[in-house]
Design a binder for this molecule. Structure first.
Ligand code: NAP
Ligand code: MG
Length: 515
């Protein structure tokens, strides 16, 4: 069980140990070194146990600062605060327009602090700062603005009803959409700020209250966002943030009888634990889980766009994307050229610390992820897969892995079936389109897929045949706050972003009035 194996490599837990080796960053004056607390009912408090844990810079393994290790008692307090804020007080009586304005104000504040958040994401997660500055942070700002607009547009409908057993009676019937209530939200480390935005945006737009648990590897941007949430003027208790470990804080939240819904993003393995924990009292669940997304290059594809597209599909965010294009199916006619093109792109990627301006790929997030990815690479090679680029660890310090392209992979190999969550793509030749659709769909996941072709009809036919929540055509990793995102099969339940995200956070009530 992954959760158990992780204890041996996790960051040290300790009390009040001073932080070390934090690179000087003008936009983070001292903040980063300070011990971090939990946000409960509008106050920053220590964990009830007094314990904390280190969050580290994965480029060096050095400690950035210490963060409160929240657990059951803290979750109890946070849930009580969220319940109180939901049932009474200013949030409950606020108009939809006022709610929307608060969310918009939060977006403005986030935008004002975009440089700072890009640095925080880079330090805590390892991703290139430049990428966080143009992708993670603006996408989070945009998501909040998009959801701010929805706050005033969540409404029911009226229905002409017939009621066959009440002849002559007249009724007026309508539905109304109500916030689902107190929501527990558990997020991963690969896009720490953006995942917080995907979760908080629709919950706040619909009028829910929240207890958010960030990933233990990357708690910092969520905590800083908590400060902006206060500055924006959200009432106390509307958003509570409890940092801590999955097995303690996360598990206490997922199974808490005081929450109405749990929203989770992370591994499929932990997603199943969440479902079990939530089944006790049948709380609502939405899940955003793993993937092993097929990326298909047809014989008629424009290779000038497909080759860099296939490289960025897997190497963006170091392959630590749930929708990474990790199975690259290429028509036999172009297989060698595409593989060589992607391998050559892989060899040219500048790997280094996220804060270096010329870095294109940073370290993986943790030693645990490094060991996981290296273990899968070893397993693939022992089963006959051959790296045409990469295949090894990069350097000796930090958690860097070489961008890797594997060939000679076969269905059934772990590298072909499991989510690697690292910069590793398996390239596979095909000749027949029906065969490639079968292979593409032949996996437990169904999060995303892509097809590269210059034939419009084929593009639509294949998009329709692929069992995935998102299909990109002649592009990859295009996200927008308006586009729903989520998975078929074991990639999850429900859709985040877009109007569909509002469904995750509302109940529909039917009202019938006899006139
Ligand atoms: P993970 O173990 O599933 O962790 C995700 C979150 O769940 C973290 O906040 C984690 O806390 C928490 N958690 C862990 N065990 C828990 C438990 N028993 N009860 C409640 N919460 C628990 O994921 P990971 O291994 O860190 O991240 C990599 C995986 O996440 C990948 O395999 C990828 O598939 C998946 N992922 C999916 C998406 C998506 O959008 N579909 C996005 C990102 C990642 P701690 O970190 O403190 O343990
Ligand atoms: Mg960290």
């Amino acid at each position: 069980m992954k959760a158990a194996s992780r204890t041996s490599v996790r960051s040290p837990r300790s009390k009040n140990t001073s932080s070390t080796s934090v690179p000087a960053q003008p936009e983070l004056p001292g903040w980063i070194r300070e011990p971090k607390h939990l946000l409960i009912n509008g106050k920053w408090v220590e964990a009830a146990s007094g314990e904390s844990f280190a969050t580290v810079d994965p480029a060096s393994g050095s400690t950035l600062c210490h963060v409160a290790a929240g657990a059951k008692e803290d979750i109890d307090q946070a849930v009580a605060a969220a319940r109180n804020a939901f049932e009474s007080g200013p949030w409950r009586s606020m108009t939809a327009s006022e709610r929307g304005r608060l969310i918009w104000r939060l977006a403005d504040l986030l935008e004002e602090h975009a440089d700072e958040f890009a640095t925080l994401e880079s330090l805590d997660n390892g991703k290139p700062r430049a990428v966080a500055r143009v992708a993670d942070v603006p996408l989070a700002v945009d998501l909040f603005r998009y959801m701010a607009g929805w706050a005033t547009k969540i409404h029911g409908s009226t229905f002409p009803i017939s009621v066959p057993y009440a002849p002559g009676a007249q009724f007026f019937s309508y539905t109304q959409r109500e916030p689902i209530g107190v929501v527990g939200q558990i997020i991963p480390w690969n896009f720490p700020l953006l995942m917080a935005a995907w979760k908080l945006g629709p919950a706040l737009a619909t009028g829910c209250t929240v207890v958010l648990k960030p990933a233990e590897q990357t708690p910092l941007s969520a905590l800083r966002l908590g400060e902006l949430i206060q500055q924006a003027g959200f009432p106390d208790g509307v958003v509570n943030i409890v940092t801590g470990f999955g097995e303690t804080a996360g598990a206490a939240l997922a199974g808490h009888p005081g929450i109405d819904k749990v929203a989770f993003t992370g591994s499929t393995e932990v997603g199943k634990l969440i479902v079990r924990a939530a089944s006790h009292d049948l709380k609502k669940v939405s899940l955003e889980l793993g993937g092993k997304s097929p990326n298909i290059v047809l014989a008629d594809a424009d290779l000038e766009t497909a080759i860099p597209g296939a490289a960025s599909a897997i190497f963006f965010n170091h392959g630590q994307c749930c929708c990474a294009g990790s199975r690259l199916y290429v028509h036999k006619k172009h297989f060698d050229q595409v593989v060589e093109g992607v391998a050559s792109a892989a060899r040219k990627i500048k790997v280094g610390p996220g804060l270096s301006p010329d870095t294109e790929m940073g370290p993986l997030v943790s030693e645990e992820q490094l060991n996981r990815v290296m273990g899968l690479l070893k397993s693939g090679q022992s089963e006959g897969a051959k790296p045409v680029a990469g295949g090894s660890r990069h350097g000796k310090a930090g958690y860097f892995v070489q961008p890797t392209v594997l060939v000679n992979t076969q269905p059934g190999m772990r590298v072909m079936e499991e989510e690697i969550f690292g910069p590793v793509v398996c390239a596979v030749p095909f000749t027949d389109e029906e065969e490639v659709i079968r292979s593409a769909n032949g996996n437990i996941y169904g999060l995303a897929a892509a097809v590269w072709t210059s034939n419009l009809s084929k593009a639509h036919r294949i998009a329709s045949a692929l069992r995935a929540g998102t299909v990109w055509v002649n592009c990859y990793n295009i996200f927008d706050a308006a586009l729903p995102f989520g998975g078929y099969k074991q990639s999850g339940w429900g859709r985040e972003m877009g109007a569909e995200a509002l469904e995750l956070y509302t109940e529909t009530k039917a009202v019938c009035v006899r006139l």
